[in-house]
Design a protein around this ligand. Sequence first.
Ligand SMILES: Cc1cc2nc3c(=O)[nH]c(=O)nc-3n(C[C@H](O)[C@H](O)[C@H](O)COP(=O)(O)OP(=O)(O)OC[C@H]3O[C@@H](n4cnc5c(N)ncnc54)[C@H](O)[C@@H]3O)c2cc1C
Length: 392
Amino acid sequence: MMAAITAADQGAEVWIYELKDRLGKKILATGNGKCNFTNMFQDDSCYRGTNPSFSKSVREQFTVENTLEFFRKIGIEPKVKNGYVYPNSEQAASVADALSMELRAKHVKVVQEQVYSVKGQDGDFLVKSEHGQNEFDKVILCCGSPAGMKNPKEFAGYSLAESFGHQITDLIPALVQLRCKEKWFKTISGVRCEGIIRVLENGKEIAKEKGELLFAEYGLSGIPVFQVSRFAGEALNRGSKVTCKVDLLPGYTKEELEARLVQRFESLRGRTAEELLVGLHNHKVNYVLLKELGIDPVEDSKKSYGTSDFIRLASLYKELTCQVTELNPFANAQVCAGGVDTSEIDDRTLESKLIKGLYFAGEFVDVDGTCGGYNLQWAWSSGYVAGFHAAK
Ligand SMILES: Cc1cc2nc3c(=O)[nH]c(=O)nc-3n(C[C@H](O)[C@H](O)[C@H](O)COP(=O)(O)OP(=O)(O)OC[C@H]3O[C@@H](n4cnc5c(N)ncnc54)[C@H](O)[C@@H]3O)c2cc1C
């Protein structure tokens, strides 16, 4: 939609092919229905891919400031919360609607049909869709990805790029939950807490994030987990052993926590082990950790455990370890890591290096952002750049 508006602004006659009954349908699900459409904080580290620096020149041509100006112009007033930018309506539908209205104003023709094949070259492309075929001078492929689709296997976009000889890099669900081996997840399912998650590949740390963690029946969820998921996925793909160490009490050092637990043990004597921990952490978490240490949660403090057990308990609160077996599938993912190989795309214009007149944009390309509005920012920036250069 951004590519079409930009190309039309340059005077091009533009057609969009969209297989769904509504343009920008994925936008409706973004930001929990509120659409976190960009972020005031921008850094190269927020954008990833096989070649992480590929997106830089594109993002420089259409920045956050350009994005805010563009959306204001089409009617979207931004609301900024801790740097995260939403439409003031807090309704994702307003973003999709404003883009559609702008497309209508620019006389962009929308064909609600699936594209089956694109053939040809600069000035002479033939696009075949469900009910016909048409000729175009330029083509921008921006089919998105299987992430978030009910039936990800139905995603057929990559074959359009492959038919021109373009390579697709390894595809991994990203910004997604981690499935883990341990049975105790069932007990603490639903618990949320501030924490730090570290991902280890064969024992070596490869990613670390802080924030609100959510324990699910199958494993780990929450924004910090989404942020590290692509690294866990890559490591699993390499056949490595992937573990997570979770710090459940980041406000304490291990030594402080040990001292605090021993103090509790001394001053709250007579309570059961479970009672001794009331108020320190969620009771389900306390229960699971005691069980992990082999301490009976309802046993009287004098009977079954001593100071040394509480020192071991401090280690568990600081480094609860679990083994990642797999990522949740594409249907649960917000974005796809991997896509059209960026070594075959000009990073200033987004034109194919293999086929003149063919361009790429959005998530279809091997660029993915961290959680926080960066994937849509990439969609706006790359859409602008592809639309601008294709029309030129
Ligand atoms: C649940 C969820 C929440 C998200 N929340 C956020 C968020 O808050 N902030 C953020 O920045 N990002 C978020 N994202 C990611 C963001 O939505 C995507 O990165 C972004 O929409 C990608 O834009 P795109 O135009 O490249 O692809 P898409 O939005 O997927 O658009 C591609 C379109 O091409 C169509 N298409 C594909 N193949 C064909 C074909 N052969 N013929 C015709 N049409 C075709 C598809 O139907 C689709 O409508 C979220 C994603 C999900 C799933």
